[in-house]
Design a protein around this ligand. Structure first.
Ligand code: TYD
Length: 136
């Protein structure tokens, strides 16, 4: 399973690091929404869903995160441990996220929040993936 991890270019000097992300330049889509997770509790898994259309870039800006991706036939665990790394997660990918204590995960999203875009049932996810494959 292919995953795309971006390495963003920091503007660093003796004061520290700064990363600027622009749509269509660093982020491969129009950024309609940004959200972040913090006060993340040890041992809890978030996500457990896929999206019908949404594209996202995940950046663990503090601590570390383990992102489990599943396209319906293959699974991969991608560690995000650096604030300059961005993981692309496209549509129809089941994702589960695990956090180190206090980790902060920043997400850039291509669409506004829409509960109808979520697939929260794993069997339904597999069904939709196989229907999509048959259409191709
Ligand atoms: P959810 O996507 O279920 O989080 P996770 O997949 O990490 O478990 O979202 C948790 C809650 O936050 C849910 O009630 C919906 C709400 N929410 C918004 O209102 N807007 C958003 O952009 C997101 C991502 C979530």
């Amino acid at each position: 399973m292919q995953t795309i991890k971006y390495v963003f270019q920091p503007h660093g000097d003796e004061r520290g690091q700064l990363i600027a992300l622009e749509e269509f330049k660093d982020i491969p889509f129009h950024i309609k929404r940004v959200y972040y997770m913090y006060d993340t509790a040890d041992g809890f898994i978030r996500g457990k869903h896929a999206h019908r259309h949404l594209e996202q870039i995940l950046v663990c800006i503090h601590g570390s995160c383990k992102i489990k991706l599943d396209n319906g036939s293959e699974q991969k665990i991608v560690p995000l441990e650096k604030p300059y790394e961005g993981l692309y997660v496209g549509s129809l990918v089941w994702r589960e996220m695990e956090f180190s204590p206090g980790a902060v995960l920043l997400v850039f999203a291509s669409e506004l929040y829409d509960e109808a875009d979520y697939i929260r049932d794993y069997d339904e996810f597999l069904q939709i993936v196989s229907e999509r494959k048959n259409e191709d």
